[in-house]
Design a protein around this ligand. Structure first.
Ligand SMILES: [Zn+2]
Length: 48
């Protein structure tokens, strides 16, 4: 199960929002979390 690196919840891969950063795919529960990640990707990218 993919985990949202911003809020930490487990996601359904089919429903999650996808964002690619640094060659890796990250999944998000909502556009808000995705935007937070895009602003500060270095804070979250190791939390997957
Ligand atoms: Zn989230």
């Amino acid at each position: 199960m993919p985990v949202d690196p911003v809020c930490g919840i487990e996601l359904d891969e089919d429903l999650a929002l996808l964002h690619e950063y640094d060659g890796k795919k990250f999944h998000f529960c909502c556009n808000g979390c995705r935007r937070i990640f895009i602003k500060k990707p270095r804070k979250y990218k190791n939390k997957n």
